[in-house]
Design a protein around this ligand. Structure first.
Ligand SMILES: Cc1cc2nc3c(=O)[nH]c(=O)nc-3n(C[C@H](O)[C@H](O)[C@H](O)COP(=O)(O)OP(=O)(O)OC[C@H]3O[C@@H](n4cnc5c(N)ncnc54)[C@H](O)[C@@H]3O)c2cc1C
Length: 400
């Protein structure tokens, strides 16, 4: 039997190696000149290859495809993943939040071990873009930028549509549609959020730790941790998670709780103390004791209090307004950054048409879909790559 795998990314490399170990003749196509261009940029070049946790905990971090991925995650857990890479020779380490990285801190090592050892019997075809896939009788006819081929089966592992410079430009959706698969509309996930308030550009680069980003509107939730202002909006870990939560909502309200550890009463005591100790100072200068400088500068304006006002003339009402805004600083949602800035793509090949054990299409025999091209996505922390590894392992394990 001969198999074509389209896409030498995480899932394509992983499945190719396992199938070749079963003595299957595997040809792996990638339009790029080398394998794993997206793996290379993961984890800021360090590749957070998985997250060491139980399958139950893992699945709580999956945003779309939780039920569908259950079989795959249980058959190849993050512990299996670490064991597998270690056995290949790649030393790994586990950091804060159970995030696993190569000990070398080099994503290129992950690619190297996959390509050189895991895929040593795979026939690589680089610089060869798959342009079309047809099924004639029982064979798949693959038309590439260089040639025509016939294969018994085809695995589409072309990734999503974000960071297109890495090669994932959404071609997999086109192939899927051609074979009558439904595509769940794609939207950005794990991406920065656009904010329309004018003050945003003046806050560019300001980072916040231990704050809560509150989301309400169509859906309600809170995200605690770190965030940063960009020139057009906000980014950072809690913003990325929030984006995956709201990426299919129309009505979104956002606010920041700058002091989640303090309730309103405690915050009032804190303000009274600050004002008492700094009676003749301007409000904006005293707010610098509670907020980053750039935010303290604009805070009065947003609340509607003159920032130059002396603390001893701040009224009780004004103080209560300050508290209200410290706990609920509104920022106006203007949408998400575009799909190319997204860490992952939400949406893709409709899961109801894919067998969750084999990853074979229920519509076309011999056609398979793996990884981000499917309507699956998860939060940050190594979960998205683990989805690629697990889906690839499961497909190869149940190959008949
Ligand atoms: C900046 C960034 C950082 C990330 N960091 C992490 C992280 O640290 N941990 C984590 O778990 N996840 C991370 N992710 C997400 C993770 O990289 C992806 O979810 C994962 O790579 C998806 O694997 P895949 O095999 O589905 O697709 P990809 O890895 O995107 O591979 C798809 C491949 O298909 C090829 N291809 C596409 N179309 C064709 C065609 N027509 N012909 C031939 N070849 C084609 C592409 O060139 C590409 O090589 C990150 C993503 C980004 C963008």
């Amino acid at each position: 039997m001969n198999v074509a795998v389209v896409g030498a990314g995480a899932s394509g490399l992983f499945v190719s190696g396992f199938l070749s170990k079963k003595n299957i003749d595997v040809t792996l196509f990638d339009k790029n000149e080398k394998a794993g261009k997206k793996i290379y940029i993961t984890g800021s070049g360090r590749c957070n290859l998985t997250n060491l946790c139980s399958p139950e905990d893992f699945l709580t971090q999956v945003v779309r495809g939780q039920k569908f991925l259950k079989t795959a995650i249980y058959s190849f857990s993050s512990y299996d993943c670490v064991d597998y890479f270690e056995n290949l020779g790649l030393k790994t380490k586990c950091e804060r939040g159970n995030r696993v990285f190569p000990e070398s801190d080099k994503s290129s090592d992950v690619i190297k071990y996959l390509q050189k050892f895991h895929c040593k019997d795979v026939n690589f075809k680089f610089n060869e873009e798959v342009l079309d896939i047809r099924k004639e009788n029982d064979k798949f006819n693959i038309i590439t930028s260089k040639n025509h081929y016939n294969f018994d089966r085809v695995i589409i592992a072309t990734g999503g549509k974000s960071y297109q410079a890495t090669g994932s430009n959404g071609a997999g959706y086109k192939f899927a549609k051609k074979f009558n698969h439904k595509i769940v509309p794609i939207v950005p996930a794990l991406c920065p959020i656009l904010i329309k308030d004018n003050f945003v550009s003046s806050l560019k680069g300001v980072s916040l730790k231990n704050v809560t980003l509150k989301v309400s509107g169509d859906k309600k939730s809170e995200f605690f941790g770190e965030m940063i202002f960009t020139d057009k909006g906000i980014s950072g870990p809690i913003v990325l998670s929030a984006s995956s939560f709201i990426n299919r909502c129309d009505n979104v309200n956002l606010s920041i709780d700058f002091k989640p550890a303090l309730n309103e009463q405690q915050l009032d005591c804190r303000l009274l103390r600050e004002f008492e100790q700094n009676k003749n100072k301007e409000l904006k200068n005293v707010l610098k004791n509670l907020l980053p400088k750039a935010i303290a500068e604009i805070f009065g304006n947003v609340v509607g209090i003159d920032s130059l006002k002396k603390c001893n003339s701040i009224t009780k009402e004004e103080r209560l307004s300050l508290i209200k805004f410290l706990k609920n600083f509104p920022i106006s949602f203007a949408g998400l950054y575009d799909i190319d800035s997204a860490i992952v793509t939400s949406g893709g090949v409709d899961l109801s048409e894919i067998n969750p054990k084999t990853f074979e299409s229920k519509i076309v025999k011999g056609l398979y879909f793996l990884g981000e091209v499917l309507d699956v996505d998860a939060l940050t922390g190594g979960f998205n790559l683990q989805i690629a590894w697990s889906s690839a392992f499961c497909c190869a394990k149940n190959w008949e």
